[in-house]
Ligand binder design. Structure first.
Ligand SMILES: Cc1cc2nc3c(=O)[nH]c(=O)nc-3n(C[C@H](O)[C@H](O)[C@H](O)COP(=O)(O)OP(=O)(O)OC[C@H]3O[C@@H](n4cnc5c(N)ncnc54)[C@H](O)[C@@H]3O)c2cc1C
Length: 434
């Protein structure tokens, strides 16, 4: 397939809003073929950022040679993983595959782990010993953890006290522990400091665990010991907790003794107040501080803070040319680290790469983020915002565009938002992997 039809072009405008600036002319039926060999784009990571970018590169320009390298055969989405803990979904429900990327979109999907990048020779090396050459590289390796930032919590500790902040075996481990917990037990949830992936994720997790406890272990308690002063959609979550789970969830901010300074896996205890106060949990979920995915840091793409600075127009690294960093790893101005943002950024980056290959100016991005949270299967809340580049080239939220679910909304609206949350999941996974 070398061309793109007018009907598909119109679809693209709806999907990514970017095609108009790719050098495509709405009056043309086809994109002119390049006389040179097809440019090669390698995408590292098959999550929301990587899979979307690989797919849309091929949609925007079907002549491109696109290879996506992902270490796992399938992808378990973090969105929906809290619902698994609540018993609302299974792990199978939130497991995606790459069949459509391969067969429908012509992406060369390689299951392997990237071990190093030679940015001078433009070569990616894989754990299997193979190498792949690129003209442009897209990195979307997600996050990794700052092990030992809190005493006693390293990778080995996460096998006993799970973080469950990468979905898959960690989600299953936490779920097993919650199922084995006695009624009347205490679940301690320790959210990380900013910046981290999915700011509304911890309170949604508390909600979904409360939903499970209400049905199966109603005398149990949830203690949130937070490294921060507050959390996303706090007023809405707390109103809902009072209504649905009265007395079950206690939130302790950093200034009131919520900041954990030590974790002891032997006694299932966390220490706060500089070690003066101890909290013993029946189940503990400690979510460590985060940084860009290891391969990004190893490749010289991360700054001192551990994240990857980029030109926020094209998402090309400001540290290494010809490499674009997208998704959670990137410093993306005011955009939160979310699957929705990663999907948006991926489409705009695909458009920028096609433009750069064609020697035309990349389209100016306009990004949207929407984040739904389930407080129960029939109670949803959301936040949405629109972001554009300011005069300094930084992505900023646009005032009055977007907003929060209203406080004191009628119950029907909460039910509708819970349905929209499920619809959002279907839509975003179809757009990314379908
Ligand atoms: C509990 C929870 C709930 C969430 N809920 C939502 C939600 O409701 N809505 C929302 O928008 N976002 C949500 N998120 C956030 C969302 O999951 C992330 O923001 C999103 O996954 C980021 O996409 P990414 O492509 O940057 O990284 P990822 O999706 O993590 O993908 C990175 C991929 O790169 C691969 N990889 C890494 N290193 C290598 C390597 N060296 N070689 C090969 N492959 C590699 C990994 O295996 C992985 O598949 C949630 C997160 C959590 C933890």
């Amino acid at each position: 397939m070398a061309g793109i039809s007018r009907r598909d072009f119109v679809k693209l405008l709806g999907a990514g809003g970017a095609a108009s600036a790719l050098g495509l002319n709405a009056g043309c039926e086809t994109v002119p073929k390049s006389s040179k060999a097809a440019p090669r784009v390698v995408v590292v990571g098959g999550g929301f950022g990587g899979a979307t970018c690989a797919k849309y590169l091929r949609i925007y320009d079907p002549t491109l040679n696109v290879t996506m390298i992902e270490q796992n055969a399938n992808y378990v989405t973090c969105p929906g993983s809290n619902w698994v803990l609540g018993g609302v979904r299974t792990l199978t429900d939130i497991t995606q595959n790459y069949d459509a990327l391969r067969s429908k979109h012509g992406v060369n999907v390689v299951q392997d782990r990237v071990t190093s990048i030679d940015a001078t020779r433009r070569v990616v090396s894989l754990a299997s010993g193979k190498t792949v050459e690129y003209d442009r590289l897209v990195m979307s390796p997600g996050i990794d953890f700052r092990w030992n930032a809190v005493e006693g919590y390293d990778e080995a500790a996460s096998e006993l006290i799970p973080h469950a902040w990468k979905a898959g075996p960690q989600t299953v481990l936490l779920q097993k522990q919650l199922h084995a917990m006695p009624d009347g037990g205490t679940f301690i949830l320790c959210p990380p400091p900013m910046p981290f992936r999915c700011p509304p994720g911890p309170p949604e997790r508390a909600s979904m665990v409360a939903h499970y406890f209400k049905a199966h272990k109603p005398r149990s308690k949830i203690l949130i010991l937070d490294a921060k002063e507050g959390f996303s959609k706090q007023g809405l979550f707390m109103d809902a907790w009072n209504e649905l789970y009265p007395g079950m969830i206690e939130f302790v901010p950093a200034s009131k003794g919520g900041k954990v300074s030590r974790v002891d896996t032997k006694t299932n205890t966390v220490y706060t107040d500089e070690g003066l106060t101890t909290h013993k949990g029946d189940v503990i979920n400690f979510i460590p501080a985060q940084r860009a995915g290891e391969i990004a840091s190893k490749s010289g793409l991360a700054n001192e803070a551990g994240w990857c600075p980029v030109n926020q127009h094209t998402f090309e690294s400001t540290q290494v040319p010809n490499i674009h960093v997208i998704g959670d790893s990137a410093v993306a101005g005011a955009l939160p680290k979310s699957g929705h943002s990663a999907n948006n950024i991926a489409k705009m980056t695909a458009a920028a790469i096609v433009s750069l290959f064609r020697g035309v100016k990349p389209p100016l991005p306009s990004h949207v983020n929407t984040c739904y949270s389930l407080v129960s299967p029939e109670y949803g809340i959301s936040v949405a915002a629109v972001y554009r580049l300011d005069e300094k080239g930084v992505l900023k939220g646009i005032n009055e565009a977007g907003g929060l679910s209203p406080k004191d909304a009628p119950r029907l609206q909460r039910v509708q938002e819970a349905n929209y949350a499920q619809g959002w999941y279907k839509g975003i996974t179809q757009d990314t992997f379908g």
